[in-house]
Design a protein around this ligand. Structure first.
Ligand SMILES: CC(C)=CCC/C(C)=C/CC/C(C)=C/CC/C(C)=C/COP(=O)(O)OP(=O)(O)O
Ligand SMILES: O=P(O)(O)OC[C@@H](O)CO
Ligand SMILES: [Mg+2]
Length: 233
């Protein structure tokens, strides 16, 4: 099976709850050479701020995905190429593994399955909002992460395994172990990528690197460097 993310090296994750640096537009960020824009964040997400970012990106020629943090903020929009729905494998509560999803299906009835894919998250930074919200057990070694990745791929048939260090750069040994454990699944890595070298260090193992806060804190040139590293690795 071929998927869009088979061909990706780099995702830019834009948080609708965060500002852009002075003088930077969503159009500029869409034109950095990133393979896809993912719109999402943990805190402060509303239908309104999600919709505004999607609308601002829609007119640009880049793949556009929504990553909702809960069912209430999912937007039906033809401009979206799809929906990437987290499921947090190491969450402390089943709500973030299957229950939010069950509620979404119960309330919506038929979903747009053609455009909907789950991401098997392994959340690794205990300080991140996503870790606090989902009460994730982040006390995991490389062997634990590799085993979760194997479970995601072989037992749960996940197309995407996402090692998430949001806000901090991850441990190379952990990402290497996750890469070795995944075969069919596409390995996403995100967290703390801030320049060419940090991007390269993770992209040498991950199939796709995800860059988030850098777009909000630094801007276009910094993001371009990470795109270059992702493509070089
Ligand atoms: C069933 C549906 C439609 C939704 C539920 C989806 C689930 C399980 C979400 C739980 C995990 C989550 C909140 C993911 C959001 C994406 C994410 C990890 C963003 C990064 O967040 P942080 O960087 O920690 O937060 P901020 O940057 O917003 O502080
Ligand atoms: O914001 P950063 O630390 O780049 O993290 C990217 C992404 O993995 C967050 O979900
Ligand atoms: Mg963040």
């Amino acid at each position: 099976m071929t998927t869009p993310w088979d061909d990706w090296n780099h995702i830019l994750k834009l948080d609708p709850d965060k500002e852009l640096p002075d003088g930077v537009t969503y159009g500029d960020l869409c034109a950095t050479g990133t393979d896809a824009i993912e719109v999402g964040g943990t805190m402060g997400i509303t239908e309104e701020n999600m919709g505004a970012v999607i609308e601002a990106c829609a007119e640009h020629d880049v793949a556009l995905y929504q990553e909702p943090s809960n069912p209430e903020v999912v937007l039906e929009d033809d401009a979206l190429d799809g929906y990437l729905i987290p499921t947090v494998f190491n969450a402390g509560s089943p709500f973030w593994i299957t229950e939010a999803h069950k509620e979404w299906v119960r309330l919506e009835g038929e979903l747009d399955w053609e455009r909907t894919t789950t991401e098997a998250y392994i959340v690794m930074n205990p300080e991140a909002d996503v870790a606090e919200l989902t009460e994730a057990n982040c006390d995991l070694g490389a062997d634990d992460v590799a085993a979760y990745a194997t479970v995601a791929e072989h037992m749960f048939g996940q197309e995407i395994v996402y090692v998430e260090y949001s806000g901090m750069l991850g441990d190379e040994g952990v990402i290497e172990a996750a890469a070795e454990a995944t075969d069919e699944s596409t390995l996403f890595y995100g967290g703390g990528i801030h320049d060419y070298d940090s991007a390269y260090s993770m992209a040498q193992y991950a199939d796709v690197i995800v860059v988030g806060d850098l777009a909000h804190d630094e801007g276009i040139e910094a993001v371009r460097e990470t795109v270059a590293a992702a493509n070089d690795a």
